[in-house]
Design a protein around this ligand. Sequence first.
Ligand SMILES: [Zn+2]
Ligand SMILES: [Zn+2]
Ligand SMILES: [Zn+2]
Ligand SMILES: [Zn+2]
Ligand SMILES: [Zn+2]
Ligand SMILES: [Zn+2]
Length: 476
Amino acid sequence: MPQLLTHEALSESDDERAQELGTIASIFPEELTILTFTSGILNLAVTPLQPLATTSPSSGETPVLLEHLPPVKLQFSLPEAYPAAAPPTLELSTTPAWLLPEKLSAITQQCLDLWEELGHGQVVWAIVDHLQQCAERAFDVAAPFCVSDELHAELVEFNEKTKHEIFNKGTYDCGICLEPKKGTVCHALRSCGHVFCRPCLRDYYVGLIKEGDVNSVRCSDRSCVKSSTRPPPTQPPDNPDDPEAAQRAVALASLPATLPPEELTDIGVPADLVTRYVAMKKKKALEKDPNTIYCAQKWCQAPSRASVELLEETMKRNGSGYWLPDRGATPAAPAKKPKTAEEGQDHPSPLREKLQVCSVCSFAFCRVCLASWHGDFQICKSIDGKLTKEELANEEYLRLNTTPCPTCQSPVIKSHGCNHMICACDTHFCFLCSAYLAAENPYVHFNTRGTECFQRLWEGEEGDLENHLAWPAEMG
Ligand SMILES: [Zn+2]
Ligand SMILES: [Zn+2]
Ligand SMILES: [Zn+2]
Ligand SMILES: [Zn+2]
Ligand SMILES: [Zn+2]
Ligand SMILES: [Zn+2]
């Protein structure tokens, strides 16, 4: 029967090396794997006093703060001549390899130096102590710690997993039912860290969403309720020359930030209610924004697609203000969209476009006259001062140079030629009086004595006016 490698067995051994190993084993019963009476592997947790800010090429501008890093593995053995005539043999590594080989060999050398400093005495405990102190300083890795995307993902996953394991081992008094609950059924709110049991939180938020009280989907702890009034946004609007965007940012900021939808999903709020929650948040924000355009159908009144798209863009960019941010997360700098030539500040906002389409019923309508969409060249039926200068100039031009087709209302431009107009819809009509003309003989209208348009077929044709005062024989 093989001798059991317990720390008691080691401590009872006559070999001083085994006794030294036994002492380490009694301090680190879970972390130390005893290989032989004189060798072992020690996995030392790396939980720096200051979380390590870590980034990677595509991890975004905000570094992730890592509270836990993969353990440092110390494989050691104590040779025959140890400690008087030989140092221990040491090998340091991490999985995944987040500490560079140069860093690991430098630390190994520091450990061997300790053996010299201690006058060739028992050094294993001093080495472990040294490694733990290094771990508290994250091995003096310069922050932000820039790593590959692959390693970044592994480190973030390890950090989350470790935090989760530690949380699950704890017991917490739920802030709602006031019962002590195991960590495995609890949830710590990401924005403030207050802990509640998941069933309580789920019921609480489901109730609020069903009542339509989405602005209250926050922490219910008294200290958090008190501080729910948010300071005004310090970020300047994306474009100070764009008062519309500034108004939208102010409108969003006037709404309380609430739990992000992903967190509600984690808590167990059903997907359909999470969707309803996001939709209600959007509706509230659109109602606050004075620039929102609503569907012209009286029975619908939903916001236009352009209004919704602009809000969604703003939400994406100012997400940290709209949804409660994670505790400890450094606020992200607003992602400035690089402006292309067409996207300069002269680029009109989609809300200034006359054509608007309803986000719900898909009704296409004119922003200015609220009639169903009439095309870009149609004169609006009523103008109530909402037109821009260019639009007014355009309307004036159309008024002077076009006549609406009596059938389809399309403005028909008379660039040159006679006053017999043929619209794209095949209607023949008179440019001067809009009268319908018979397709077979349209000129009768200009050739009948006593009528308003008699002998005016060519009127308005500059320069040609005199030559065409009379009915031209060749046109017959
Ligand atoms: Zn509870
Ligand atoms: Zn709280
Ligand atoms: Zn509609
Ligand atoms: Zn119109
Ligand atoms: Zn027509
Ligand atoms: Zn006429």
